[in-house]
Write a protein that binds this ligand. Sequence first.
Ligand code: ATP
Length: 237
Amino acid sequence: MTLLELSGVSVHYGRIRAVHDLSLTVNEGEIVTLIGANGAGKSTTMRAISGIRPLSAGSITFAGEDITKLRADLRVVRGISQAPEGRGIFPGMTVLENLDMGAYARKDRKSLGPDLDRVFELFPRLAERKNQVGGTMSGGEQQMLAIGRALMAKPKLLLLDEPSMGLAPQFIQQIFRIITEINEQGTTVLLVEQNAQQALSRAHRAYVLETGEITRSGTGRDLLADDSIKEAYLGVG
Ligand code: ATP
């Protein structure tokens, strides 16, 4: 079943056209990844989906409903949750307080315990550091916290913007393993990445974005094996 559908989406910043006539789908249960160079429009696409940035054309459907004009906070209630680029945790709050904030849109706040347990199982480091102030954690730990906080909203669709950015190699492997685990536990994932190798090998399907337009799509495996993709995004060729 199609969970998310973007149809003919364009997004502008003033006169700058960041995304043009973009169409993509994410099916329930998938990991879909969007790869592209700096400035290709990946983050802008994520902002359009989470509702932070309005569309100048096109539409977005989520779980069968048109959400094109729906407010960002109401999209969280519907089941779209984003761990933003640059982490975006609350630096002055503890790990626990950050995780609690992630659940702000939920009506069933009394049943947070099991979800907190799930986040701590995925990220044991966060459990060890639950009373530490977020801003004093390492980059990798803050990234884990951002993903954990997004999971506390119990999303149907988790949006991850560059989860591997700035991480040491051992953390990169770990983050991608955890993303696969989150997906296997039933959460659909849309992932934006510059680390194309990891992202494509983890994704069911992928789209390539160039200067605001989708130029290629296919299974992660097919794109990984494609010579022009290798040359442009995998640093070989
Ligand atoms: P990166 O990987 O470098 O983050 P990206 O693929 O996520 O790149 P976007 O951040 O979506 O790309 O940017 C797409 C285009 O829109 C770029 O040309 C960028 O300069 C422009 N842009 C992004 N944010 C703004 C903004 N707030 N104001 C003006 N232009 C912007």
